[in-house]
Ligand binder design. Structure first.
Ligand code: ZN
Ligand code: ZN
Ligand code: FE
Length: 752
């Protein structure tokens, strides 16, 4: 006879973990109890020692699908006189702070939904302890029905019975409901009229098939949907949304994906997981119309993750499902917002009366063969589960960057990262940002003592931070990038950090973006960078890559080089504009200097005539990646200065690109050679640094590493040379990781 006290940490609340433990204990005839605690689940089991051992072993192996076990500890405690195994109710004093993310519909629920004899046949809100909404319906902690938007639906006796019986899959499933007692869907025209006497979901599908554009209320907000095989409909959506080329995501049943994209086993698993993110897959020639993702080798695909999605896809197999918002505002979640903001885009909206408390966009990622999953947007399915920190921190709020904002609220080893907030340059996003901070502080009971913000004095986030109570610390953007990657991998010693991205305010007041550091979680020293080149008219030129190309060309190669490349670009810059731009560079008037890698990509993309004006962030660079030829080994020359900080000079690189253009070399070859050059000079610099400091660890971060071609190449290049390479796994490599890095580094700085 033996008794063990077991502590389990991870996602173990609101996911059916206690009933699972109860059933296992029963099966093995063990006595004891299970209960939720503030940071996980406590279990005591008593029985023969081999059974107790088996129980502990099988906890991890047979856990409920939506649970995630991070840590199990077990200690022997004195045997007690008891017979039964109980689920103990946690006392009010032990406030439960963990909140589960939203979970895609499970296979058991699907089977019931498609069973014509089941009482939830075709019920669009079916869920259980293994699946369903969590984060998006919660108002307050601890998580129970009264503190969610399900509180206004009183359970019918059948549902209540399930809810109360330990052996039921819906035991303590807070959003449990059925067609008798639960919410309902309704189809309305954009002028609020209810479409009557129809089965609303089937009717929505019928209208979509006829080419209509419809807003559909889901888990974390509305999607705008249309038939992905109807080019007219997709083209109209693009016009109405003022979104000419940025790709749309698609929703399709798992069984249909093979007909529209290539998918390997690993990718299949990622799609089928409870998170159900949008995954970028290589496109096949198929029924999906080109307008969904023009000039793009990938399709962003997600599988249905809410019951309503399955019911829709029964009628229409391929849907464009794009976040319902205008430009960079937060995703729309209320009917009124649909009417007010999307009135000119959609003809109808399919809505329901289960409140969405917390907006949450779909998460996005891609899988790099042999190298694993990279996340690009970390939202639905992930938040608000804390990300582990490498060191204890004081109660901290890191307000994050300006673009693609997420903030982090942290204490001790837990970083509660917000969902994707958006670009902090409009009132709606700002309101969302403030609202979420207030909610996070309440839910997770953290009152920040330290506020960390970006170095840029003019960022809205900086200004907001400065008005908050508490100690303030500024952290440089690219240092935050590197530290977030080091923190994610718990690298404590020195590493070479390579941050390649678009924009970040440097400690010298210039715009950084291709930076090499040596440092650790606490301090970063900039030891090399790309040479400074002029941005005429400042950051406004980011929208017009031809201006960047012209300025770089003039600065590096002089006036005579300008006419040499005009032929290749579809857009010939007027004499007047050329004069104006040259004048700015010459007189150093209205110029900011940048070492940005993103701008170098823009320059090359413009030179080869790919993109002259962008309609979404990084469009030129993304297109340059997409055309890169495979199997090209050549690269361009460059120079690196000898003294610290080392500077990478690109005169020779640009000159040879121009030569190639003049000699009619294919743009795809030029792109590949350019990518190779970036990898080569990065290795070159890293080797010099490594010689100086003896460090063989390299850490890559920044938006440019969303470029799969470059990421793949850089990992191979560095590993072949004996470096250990760290890239983001848990967090996005883009600015979605900044607030996490700010948290770690801000604490280090303020602790000094
Ligand atoms: Zn389920
Ligand atoms: Zn019911
Ligand atoms: Fe960045």
């Amino acid at each position: 006879m033996q008794r063990k006290k077991i502590k389990v940490k991870g996602i173990v609340q609101g996911v059916g973990f206690r009933p699972f433990v109860y059933r296992r204990a029963h099966d093995l005839s063990l006595s004891g109890y299970v209960r939720n605690t503030t940071d996980g689940v406590d279990i005591e089991v008593q029985g023969s020692s081999d059974r107790v051992a088996r129980f502990i072993r099988e906890l991890r192996l047979e856990k409920p699908p939506a649970a995630r076990i991070d840590n199990v500890t077990a200690e022997t405690v004195p045997v007690r006189n008891e017979k039964s195994f109980d689920i103990k109710v946690s006392g009010q004093s032990q406030g439960i702070t963990q909140i589960s993310p939203d979970i895609a519909t499970c296979t058991d629920c699907l089977a019931e939904m498609y069973d014509s004899c089941d009482r939830r046949y075709h019920f669009p809100f079916i869920n259980c302890t293994n699946c369903g909404p969590r984060y998006s319906i919660i108002q307050m902690t601890p998580y129970d029905r009264q503190r969610t938007s399900m509180r206004c639906f009183a359970m019918c006796s059948d549902c209540e019975h399930e809810f109360k019986s330990v052996f039921d899959r819906r035991f303590h499933a807070q959003p449990d409901c059925c067609s008798v007692c639960g919410p309902v869907f309704e189809l309305r025209t954009i002028d609020k009229k209810k479409v009557r006497n129809v089965e609303s979901i089937a009717e929505t599908a019928r209208l979509l098939k006829r080419g209509k554009i419809i807003a559909i209320r889901g888990i974390g907000g509305f999607h705008i949907a249309c038939d992905a095989t109807n080019s007219q409909a997709v083209r109209r959506l693009r016009e109405l949304k003022h979104r000419p080329t940025k790709p749309f995501a698609i929703m399709a049943a798992a069984k249909d994906i093979n007909t529209i994209a290539f998918m390997n086993r690993d990718e299949e698993k990622i799609l089928a997981a409870p998170v159900a993110p949008i995954l970028l897959l290589t496109k096949k020639k198929s029924v999906i119309c080109e307008e969904v993702a023009p000039n793009n080798p990938y399709l962003g695909i997600m599988v249905p993750y809410a019951p309503v999605h399955y019911l829709l896809l029964n009628h229409i197999p391929f849907l464009v499902m794009t976040s319902a918002n205008i430009q960079d505002e937060p995703i729309v979640k209320e009917d009124e917002e649909v009417i007010e903001k999307l009135g000119t885009i959609v003809s109808h909206y399919l809505t329901h009366n289960r409140g969405i408390e917390n907006r949450c966009d779909d998460s996005i990622g891609f899988y790099l063969d042999g190298k694993g999953f990279s996340i690009l947007r970390r939202s639905r399915g992930y938040v608000p589960v804390p990300v582990g920190l490498p060191r204890d921190v004081v109660p901290t709020l890191a307000v994050g960057p300006y673009l693609k904002n997420t903030f982090t609220l942290a204490h001790k080893r837990d970083a509660y990262m917000s969902p994707h907030i958006g670009d902090l340059d409009n009132l709606e996003t700002l309101t969302f940002f403030n609202e979420m901070i207030a909610k996070y502080e309440r839910w997770f009971r953290i009152k920040p003592e330290l506020i960390v913000h970006d170095l840029h004095p003019d960022y809205l986030s900086t200004k907001i931070a400065q008005d908050m109570p508490g100690k303030k610390v500024a952290v440089q953007h690219h240092m935050a990038h590197i530290v977030s990657c080091l923190g994610e991998h718990q690298v404590y010693d020195d590493a070479i950090g390579i941050a390649f991205d678009g924009t970040g305010y440097g400690t010298d007041g210039k715009i950084w973006g291709a930076e090499f550091f040596i440092g650790n979680l606490g301090q970063q020293k900039r030891v090399a960078h790309l040479e400074y080149l002029p941005l005429p008219g400042g950051e406004a030129s980011i929208r017009k890559p031809y201006r960047i190309a012209l300025a770089y060309l003039y600065k590096l190669l002089g006036r005579k080089s300008l006419p040499r490349v005009q032929g290749r670009s579809r857009r010939t810059v007027s004499q007047r504009e050329t004069q104006m731009l040259v004048g700015l560079v010459q007189k150093e008037h209205n110029i900011v200097y940048t070492s940005s890698m993103g701008r170098l990509f823009d320059c090359i993309a413009s030179l080869v005539g790919l993109v002259q004006e962008i309609t979404y962030e990084a469009e030129a660079a993304i297109n340059l990646e997409y055309i890169a030829a495979r199997g090209v080994r050549k690269s361009y020359p460059y120079q690196i200065t000898e003294t610290e900080p080392l500077v990478i000079k690109v005169h020779d690189l640009i000159e040879r690109v121009v030569d190639d253009i003049v000699h009619g070399v294919e743009s795809s070859t030029i792109s590949a050679k350019f990518h190779n050059t970036v990898a080569t000079f990065s290795l070159d610099v890293a080797k010099k640094l490594s010689k100086m400091c003896g460090v063989k660890k390299v850490c890559l971060s920044g938006g440019v590493f969303q470029n799969r071609y470059l990421l793949n190449l850089m990992i191979d290049t560095f590993e072949n040379d004996g470096f250990t390479v760290y890239v983001h796994r848990t967090l996005p490599t883009n600015d979605g990781c900044i607030s996490y890095g700010q948290t770690i580094m801000g604490n280090a700085i303020s602790g000094k």
